[in-house]
Structure formats: C-alpha cells, structure tokens
Design a protein around this ligand. Structure first.
Ligand code: ADP
Ligand code: ZN
Length: 367
C-alpha cells in the first residue's frame, strides 16, 4: 500500500438521539487516533474472543496505547462461539470492569463478531447504567448487521437474546482487512445479510451484487467496502427512523422467521445464521409468489444470487414442515392474529404481511 496517500475509507453517519459514525476501510485496526477518539475517560476494557484476540487484540491495544497513553486498557476474552453469550460470561466481564476500577466515563471496546459485540454491548449498557461502547466488528455479519443499531443481549438456556437492552455504540469501526482471516463460510453467511438489504429496499443494489459477486467472493477490498457501506447506510436509515422496532425495522427480519425456525429445529448445530436466513429469504419470496404479491421469477433470481454466494437455498433434509410451522408460531415476532411474515411485492419492496394462512406456509415448506 502507498504510504503517502491515506487508504480510502467510507463513513456512514447514524442519526437519532445518540448519533454515531461507522467508519469502513482497510487498515483501521492500526489507526489509534480513530480507535481512541471514542475514549472519554481513563479506562477501557477490550472484549474479544479466543479466535480474534490472538489475531488482532495486540494490534488494537498497541494502536490505542500509542494514541491514548493516559488510558488503562484491560482485556476480557471469551471462548469463541454462540455458547459463550451467557449471563455467566456477562458477569465475568462486569467483574473485569470492576477490577480495573472503571468509572462512568469508561469504555467497552468490542473486537470480534456478533457474539462479542452483543455481549460487550450489553456489558456497556449495564455498567453504571450505561457507558460507552466502541464496536470493532471483525465478521462481515457483524459489520453489516449486529454492530449497528444498538441491540445488545445475551442468551438464556430458554432461548437466544432473551436478556438485553437497546444501547447504541459510540462508534463503529470496520476494518475490511480483518475479513481476510475470516473462515469463508462466515464470509458467505455475512453476504446473506448484504443480499437482504437489496431484497427488502434496494433493487439497484441487488443488480450491483450480481455484477460484483465474483469480486466479493474473492475478498476484493474495494468491493467489500462498498457492499458494507451500502448495507450500513440501509440499516442506519431504518434504525434512525425506528430505533425500537415498532414498524419499519421489522423489515430487517426478511427471511428470519423461517431462518430462526430452521436454526432452532436443527438445535443451532446445522446451518449458521446467515445460511438459515438465505434459505428463509427464498422461502419468503416463494410465499410472496404463492400469495400473489410477486412473481416466481423474482424468487428464483434471489435464489440464484444466494447460490452464487455459496449459500443454501432449499430446506435442509430431515426437517419436518409441521415442526417448523410450530416453531414460527412460538417466534416472538408472531403476533396474535396468525402468522406474520415479512414478504415482498418484488425485489426491493418488502413489507409486513399479517394473517398468513398455515396452509400457504406449509405448501411452501413442502415444495
Ligand atoms: P457472527 O457471525 O454473529 O459475527 P461470531 O461472533 O460467533 O458470529 O463469529 C463467528 C466465528 O468467526 C467465531 O468463531 C469467531 O471467533 C470467528 N471470527 C470472527 N472474526 C474473525 C476474523 N476476522 N478472523 C478469523 N476468525 C474470526
Ligand atoms: Zn440476521
């Protein structure tokens, strides 16, 4: 890289009561000034996991120390994986904050994927009734979804994300180079959520994704940065207008009612979240066609793009449609008036549809 010209970076502003910026570009993990800009006090707790910390924690810590020698930086590292998103690890992280003598102006720095971001964000939401959290997402999924919008949570044995809070981050810093070490399956899972933004509200973005699919799969920095910035812009627009999910934010659940049911039915050991959402989006598009809202061809176009990204587009074998339907009834997004789905009137035009008949859902699951 040319040392004389700064690397290109995109900035997405998220408005609302507590505005913040998402900065996207290569090499940001070494930018101490950027990383440290969110630190108001003299304490920071770097939360990461056992895969990400060995790769990036030293770099981030050194960059921060160079820029902010006045700040004491401690670390708390989780075992990798969703199984770590527990109240027990939450309590350990709180203990770590207490041990550093963190005050009200302390900052939690979340370095990792969605698991780290969700737990660290919740820790920040709770310590002294809420302190700053800087999100440094290292998975594509976290960059385009979980690190933006302020949802934080941990899981209970009874279900995922049952204990949590809305707590917007102070800043989000997405280093596209961190994606180079991400397992390809995790990159593809993130692409499912990227495709979702095109599907629900940006047909031109879907065209662009079809065009740039090979570059994205090859990990092309500029293509990834564009895709992340465009996805974050969509998410920012939505959460700005509907921070607490009373309306429009529900559109972000396109493919998720089916997807969550698949994940749960497989005991969270089968498809990962992005893969389940890919299948779920295709099912939602097919259900839309069956309901006469949109054409079959659009559903198949979506399926073709997801398949090109190496994502599954059909129900995995061995899943019972009736059991999936029952799961969807239990989904917290199912309202009293029958099943509610995010469907579409075609590519780029999603909307919530209530009162979908069981038979229609079963027909799509059985096809
Ligand atoms: P999510 O997909 O919700 O972001 P995780 O936080 O569980 O989920 O991250 C997925 C997996 O990828 C975890 O095992 C995590 O440790 C690992 N991981 C995250 N970021 C990177 C990275 N940049 N390089 C290598 N592995 C990573
Ligand atoms: Zn999702």
């Amino acid at each position: 890289m040319n040392a004389t010209s700064p690397s290109p970076r995109a900035i997405v502003e998220v408005g609302g009561e507590k505005p913040y910026a998402i900065t996207i570009g290569p090499g940001l993990l070494d930018d101490g000034a950027l990383l440290g800009a969110g630190l108001r006090g003299r304490h920071a707790l770097l939360v990461s996991d056992g895969n990400v910390a060995p790769l990036y924690a030293d770099r981030v810590t050194q960059a921060l120390r160079a820029a902010r020698p006045d700040v004491r930086i401690d670390g708390y590292f989780l075992p990798p994986g969703e199984a770590s998103k527990t109240l027990a690890h939450f309590a350990e992280a709180i203990d770590a904050l207490a041990a550093t003598g963190a005050t009200r102006d302390a900052c939690v720095v979340a370095l990792g994927g969605g698991v780290v971001g969700d737990l660290a964000g919740f820790v920040a939401a709770c310590w002294m009734r809420g302190i700053d959290c800087v999100q440094i997402p290292t998975t594509l999924l976290a960059m385009v979804d979980s690190s933006v919008g302020g949802k934080t949570a941990v899981d209970l044995p009874q279900g995922k994300n049952l204990v949590g809070a809305f707590h917007p981050p102070r800043a989000v810093i997405a280093d596209t180079e961190a994606l180079l070490t991400l397992p390809p399956r995790e990159l593809r899972a993130g692409l499912a959520e990227v495709v979702k933004y095109g599907a629900i509200r940006d047909a031109a973005f879907l065209d662009w994704l079809e065009d740039r699919a090979d570059a994205l799969l090859a990990g092309d920095d500029a293509a990834l940065a564009d895709a992340i910035a465009r996805s974050c812009r969509h998410k920012a627009e939505i959460v700005e207008r509907d921070p607490f999910e009373r309306g429009e934010r529900a559109l972000l659940n396109f493919g998720h009612t089916f997807g969550h049911a698949i994940e749960a039915e497989q005991g969270f050991g089968g498809l990962n979240h992005g893969e389940a959402v890919a299948v779920g989006m295709v099912l939602a598009a097919r259900l839309s066609a069956r309901q006469g809202l949109a054409g079959e061809a659009e559903a198949e176009r979506l399926a073709a793009l997801l398949a090109r990204f190496g994502l599954p587009v059909a129900l995995p074998g061995g899943l019972d449609p009736a059991a999936l339907l029952e799961r969807m009834r239990l989904d917290k997004k199912a309202a009293a008036d029958g099943l509610r789905f995010v469907l579409w009137d075609g590519i780029g035009a999603a909307r919530v549809v209530a009162g979908v008949a069981d038979e229609a859902v079963l027909a799509v699951l059985e096809k």
